[in-house]
Design a protein around this ligand. Structure first.
Ligand SMILES: [Zn+2]
Length: 129
């Protein structure tokens, strides 16, 4: 769960920052060092739109331990306006009411507490728009 990749991505998770390729305009999130489309290496930072729609989702009933108090909950692949896809928990609604194509927006929320010290991790979650 807390790989070096996770920690490296924290600035992006906090700010919803993506990288737009200067060569072909492909937006990568999380940002990459090399454009997956044209292999370009120059990017500009762009902020992702906070609105999108549910492409697909799954409802989790048996989660990893840190999420055990939250079941059932929904994890969705959301296509943000502009086409970038993110995977996010969908909160503030009954998971049974989520539909493919539903409009959602991202919000900055607590993701989980870690260990006895209660270290909090924050990031984005989606809520019905
Ligand atoms: Zn490119």
């Amino acid at each position: 769960m807390f790989s070096s990749r996770y920690w490296r991505e924290i600035p992006q998770r906090y700010r919803m920052e993506a990288a737009k390729c200067s060569g072909c305009g492909t937006v990568s999130f999380p940002p990459r060092l090399i454009c997956p489309k044209c292999k370009g290496r120059t990017f500009e930072k762009v902020r992702l739109p906070d609105q999108g729609k549910v492409l697909t989702y799954t409802v989790i009933h048996v989660p990893a331990t840190p999420f055990k108090d939250e079941v059932p909950f929904a994890i969705a692949v959301v296509e943000l306006d502009g086409g970038v896809r993110i995977t996010s928990q969908v909160v503030d609604c009954d998971p049974a009411t989520i539909r493919i194509g539903q409009r959602v927006r991202t919000e900055f929320r607590k993701l989980q507490e870690v260990g006895d010290a209660g270290v909090l991790c924050y990031g984005y979650k989606c809520v019905p728009a």
